[in-house]
Design a protein around this ligand. Sequence first.
Ligand code: SF4
Length: 876
Amino acid sequence: MPGAACQEVRSTCPYCGTGCGVLLRPDGQGGLAVRGDPDHPANRGQLCSKGLALGETLGLEGRLLAPRVHGQETDWDSALDLVAASFRQAVEQHGPDSVGFYLSGQMLTEDYYVANKLMKGFLGSANIDTNSRLCMASTVAGHKRAFGTDTVPGTYEDLDEADLIVLVGSNLAWCHPVLYQRILAARGSRGTRLVVIDPRRTASCDQADMHLKLRAGSDVALFNHLLAALRAGGALDADYLRHVNGLGAALDAAAAEDASVTGLSEGEIKAFCDLWIRTEKVVTIFSQGVNQSTSGADKVNAILNCHLAAGRIGKPGCGPFSVTGQPNAMGGREVGGLSNMLACHMDLDNSRHRDAVQAFWDAPAMPDRAGLKAVDLFCAAGDGRLKALWIIHTNPAVTMPEADAVSAAIKACDFTVVSDITAATDTARLADVLLPAAAWAEKDGTVTNSDRTISRQRAALPPPGEARADWDILAGAGRRMGWGAAFDYQSPAQVFREHAALSGLAGGFGLDFDISGLSSLSDAGYDGLAPVRWPVNRDRQGGRFFADGRFFHPDGKARMLAVRHRPPAAAPDRQYPFRLNTGRIRDQWHTMTRTGMAPRLSGHLAEPFADIHPEDARRLGVQPADLLQLSSPHGQAILRARITADVQPGDLFVPIHWTGETASSARIDTLVAAAVDPVSGQPESKAAVVAAERWQPAWYGFAVSCSPMTPQAEYWAAARTGSGYRAELAGLAPLVDLEAAARVLFALPETEVQVITDRHKGIARLALFQDGRVMAALFTAPEPVAVSRDYLAGQPGSCTAEVLTGVPAAGRPDPGPVVCACFGVGANTILQAIESGGLLSVDEVGAALHAGTNCGSCRPDIADLLARRPFRQAAE
Ligand code: SF4
């Protein structure tokens, strides 16, 4: 944006639900400098490694720049005419439930609002669901059952004021790093205790006072035991319980629970309960480990039961706290983006709510029952019930359980539209129509973070090519379908005002989500809107809910639920003996369409992996760096084995981020069964069962190149580097002609080749040069290739003659794998500093190298490096 080079734009980070504020300074050449916004209440200037690297994710490589119909570029009018005609035709011929939208928590509230209005009010179906179904639908269900609405009671300030924080199924240190650092700051200043409840040892355990390694899926039993202990310990709050129904039945269910199913010792359970009971100010943070379960909603209610029974909710430093995975999952919940919601926390099955919304929208049709939830939506696409499907900013061919079947379903659907920023996703490749959408830095609108704070996301760059905002695309389709007046939006501000006005109806029904105080914002007011926590109406702005004991069920009371432990849907057996846990890694986001573009974010963990316990590895004959094949009734994957006691025997942990674009066989959700929670419809993504065995290729390889590679091997995983690309490779058939294989892999025809082979050891090394510069290099061996990957990753484009040694020349530094992504500090650099400087603590490493001094999420890794050193043991 020429001329705007010095203007800083206030916006928000597009990744996790922390909702950090960012300041964006365009460089005038399509780039941005990014820093944390010191005035944003969520982060107060801090950013994690992903937020800090946002400026590296803006390249136009792979961007979708014009609409495409069946692979051919076309203009917007033609594309939207086809979309509108196809959806109208499906509705006319097969009824409203023959169409569906599948949306994303990455969308802005304004985009979400227009999509929800178009589907529910005008196409006349509730078949609109979102990838938030995979993220926090169980929380929504739990909140509604307990509170009468989907209300997050607490605020981030509660984390500053709590004396005990319990993380349940949440690796906050990696998944919400800025919140985790906020907790550590409170720990430093007021001694906040930290308990982690997770089957796996994660980075969040590093500072924990207690880590309860419970069995997968047994959270209900643990919290039922806590509820029973609250009664036994005289810790029920009789005063507060006047506002709560269901205590007796919940206590009876808790008393009948057998806590031994948790796999925890009596001592561990007692210590946890004692700590919880004697600490008045307790916040229980929960996330995907709770939600992604066939008993997810019950887990949520088991947690809420304890806070309600003890009256520890809505007060400073107290409360249950769901942290959302996506930047605007909360905004999606507010507009009614799930198939079982209406809008503004109103209910589809409430005729007063339906009539009010229909009148407000002047809508011709309004469904009176819930639509298809995500898993059912794709089943309907596959079996022909759904005739037209619109997927926006999400990649279900990778992220849905039974992902191979979902890919086939999308392909089988008569008419599929995908709106995205890139055509290079597993889902976009299946679409009939591709619509180019504006990306994060080009979009204007609002998002709501985990503590109900609405923030403006502001465009800092113009959209490239023909890309458009999603609200604009959806409104254009709505007008072409014949509803010109209802979708005659000119700006996101206009959409926001309408959404805010509609929320006033919800407020009128006595519901929680009411931002009608913002419904008369001028365009300038919308442009300048500062972060604000809802509700915002005549009577109230922000704050906590429920301290006053007023809830949203018709009788004004909360409800405790009688819930009992249910094991995960599938149990390990002889055929599938492992329990598969899936999750995020520190420096990547979802399917890596953006974070995968930032070399420093790929430096930490550049390859998909499976964590396996040493006992299991020994039994399977798996050595470090071997490849592991996982299989389930639904699919298979090949991943690098990491042998670690962080997982329990019989458990495996795998990351969710790799796709068909970045690896040959690491789409983890191909393995996961589509078993769902009966209440929330959320899939059980953390407790599938799989078989595992060592995968033995004929050769292993490692390659670097200045340009993208086209691997042909059975196994490959590619990542960006600062100088190009890197790839891990392995093949089943012996490599008989290395140069021919390299020519296919690198597609660099005008290059000179240098080859070294050791036939005795079966090792081969090849490099391609142009004008004396290294263009590419390939190393192969019968065992996992032993070279300095991080050194080699930096060699394409250099004039290094000795690249085939695979290691830096004597005296030249080899930083090793990235540990601190914020400052680009490698493991070898840290180890060397520890050794040469006699450093004994993470803080001393930080003082010497800056590593770990920004977002802090690498501090557990630094602690591990310190613990590894022999001189450290001697010093102790
Ligand atoms: S914690 Fe990191 S990923 Fe999450 S919003 Fe903040 S900067 Fe973005």
